[in-house]
Ligand binder design. Structure first.
Ligand SMILES: *Cc1c(COP(=O)(O)O)cnc(C)c1O
Length: 493
């Protein structure tokens, strides 16, 4: 029975998602009605539990990862290699928290996966093979701001000759007090909501995340204003780059911008973090002129201090998986050390010194979430991931092209140059309907077709709709036909 179910699940995950991208109201109602109201004293047999899950609950799932036409949020999918590995992870249930080289290979595999990921993203291993796997980019942003907070206050303490220098050790309040500072601020342009959340979690404060945008382009840093903030003596600063803004998919910087920002951060002792949840993957593109503009947006990320990225988006591994890279090898342990747990355990004499994950990230006990990453990277290689991303970009551009020419729709951000719009398009399409009434309902009407799913958002103070393409199953021709078919139909009504 169990084997049969596993085989069925494998087929589901490998095959096409046949039903709508959203569950029917009936399926949802039936699933809801099937939820127990209390825990019975006697357990049911395994087979009954399996049937309940498969027959009652699964029909009320959405096509999020399995359908190629679920374009809400940025969900990614699950590659066959990652799916296999994830089942192995559950079956063997290894705890990846302490590096004990003669007890298990898992920490070595995690370290190797991080190195392979650095290779994929063209990050020099000798600098970047530090970091860890997290539950997602939110977790990685928390790590980035936490390391930044530690670093900028250490810098400030050093300058003033103050001993109280580690937030991890002494707490934020005591360190700020000893330094005569009023706080830490985060300077960014259109940061993702999770970065603001991270500031809240870390005692920096959501209100201390500031946009320092240029008036003519909200995604680009106003360098003059940035310097004015960095020069302040009452606060220390972390600069956070939106390496992929979530509505437009566009990049905040180019290599030239980033080197200017890097210089300013060095001058004033600021930390430079990049939220590259999905955008960091633009680094897999090669020098093909077709993708030159988006590639440029990801160039220079090797200059920052820390990078947050997502595994469960463009890498197409299952939830929950993110990653964090940091160029300062010994900094994270000041923040995340677990008292009494050895930081480094020597591996084989010629092997690398691998840190115990519990000392450099938030959790102690951890899932072996690096294995699906490892498996998928081995299975696709750089070329496979490049091909996947190119298909995603081409589909996004195809959709934009169609929208730009359609009398009922407006492509966003508004521009008079279609070729400029297409050049800047990564894997997101932002648009609205010209008719206000249709526009208010646009996302809902598209989703009501259940043939594709989009996210509603807002842009320039009015409702907008976003199509985010992140699934490995993308087929440009097939999906372009489906998407434009749905959009044409919705516009006619
Ligand atoms: C999705 C996203 C996040 C948050 O990532 P989670 O995986 O949901 O934790 C952060 N930043 C950006 C730019 C994102 O797109």
């Amino acid at each position: 029975m169990q084997e049969k179910i596993l085989q069925d699940l494998w087929k589901v995950a490998q095959g096409k998602w046949e039903s709508g991208v959203l569950p029917s109201a009936d399926s949802l109602a039936r699933a809801r009605a099937s939820l127990p109201t209390t825990l019975l004293a006697a357990g049911a047999n395994l087979e009954a539990v399996q049937r309940h899950i498969l027959d009652d609950l699964v029909p009320a799932f959405n096509g999020g990862s399995i359908s190629a036409n679920y374009y809400g949020f940025v969900t990614g999918g699950v590659t066959p290699a990652a799916l296999f590995a994830d089942n192995v992870v559950s079956a063997y249930d290894q705890n990846v928290q302490v590096h004990i080289p003669n007890h298990s290979i898992v920490t070595d595999v995690e370290f190797s996966a991080l190195g392979l990921l650095a290779d994929l993203l063209c990050l020099d291993r000798s600098v970047w093979n530090n970091g860890t796997f997290t539950t997602g980019a939110t977790g990685s942003n928390i790590l980035g701001l936490a390391c930044g907070r530690e670093y900028v206050l250490r810098q400030a303490a050093e300058k003033k000759g103050v001993q109280l220098n580690s937030v991890g050790e002494f707490g934020l309040f005591e360190v700020l007090h000893a330094l005569g500072l009023s706080g830490v601020q985060v300077l960014s342009t259109l940061p993702h909501s999770s970065l603001v959340k991270a500031a809240g979690v870390l005692g920096i404060g959501r209100a201390n995340v500031h946009n320092v945008c240029r008036a003519d382009n909200p995604l680009h840093f106003d360098l003059e204003q940035l310097e004015k903030e960095l020069v302040r003596t009452d606060k220390v600063s972390i600069v956070a780059v939106s390496a992929g803004e979530v509505n437009t998919g566009r990049f905040a910087t180019t290599k030239e911008h980033l080197s200017q920002i890097r210089q300013l951060c060095d001058k004033y002792g600021a930390w430079l973090h990049a939220d590259g949840a999905f955008g960091v993957f633009a680094r897999v593109l090669n020098d093909d002129p077709e993708f030159a503009t988006v590639k440029q947006g990801s160039e220079g990320l090797e200059l920052v201090d820390s990078i947050a990225g997502d595994g469960h988006k463009l890498l197409n591994v299952p939830y929950d998986c993110g990653f964090f890279f940091c160029r300062h090898a010994d900094l994270a342990v000041n923040v995340f050390q677990n008292a009494n747990a050895a930081y480094l355990t020597a591996g084989p004499p010629d092997g690398p010194a691998i840190p115990s994950p519990l000392n450099i990230g938030m959790e102690n006990s951890r899932r072996f979430r690096a294995l699906p990453v490892y498996a998928s990277l081995l299975s696709y290689g750089k070329d496979g991931y490049r091909d996947m991303l190119e298909r995603q970009i081409r589909l996004a551009r195809g959709i934009y092209d169609w929208i730009y020419n359609h009398p009922e729709y407006t492509a966003l951000p508004e521009t008079s140059s279609k070729s400029d719009l297409l050049d800047q398009t990564f894997m997101s399409v932002l648009f609205r309907a010209k008719d206000d009434e249709l526009n208010r309902e646009l996302s809902k009407r598209i989703n009501d077709t259940s043939r594709m799913f989009v996210s509603g958002t807002s842009w320039d103070g009015a409702p907008a709709t976003r199509i985010a393409i992140s699934n490995w199953r993308v087929d440009v021709e097939r999906d372009l036909e489906l998407v434009t078919g749905v959009l044409a139909e919705v516009a006619r009504r």
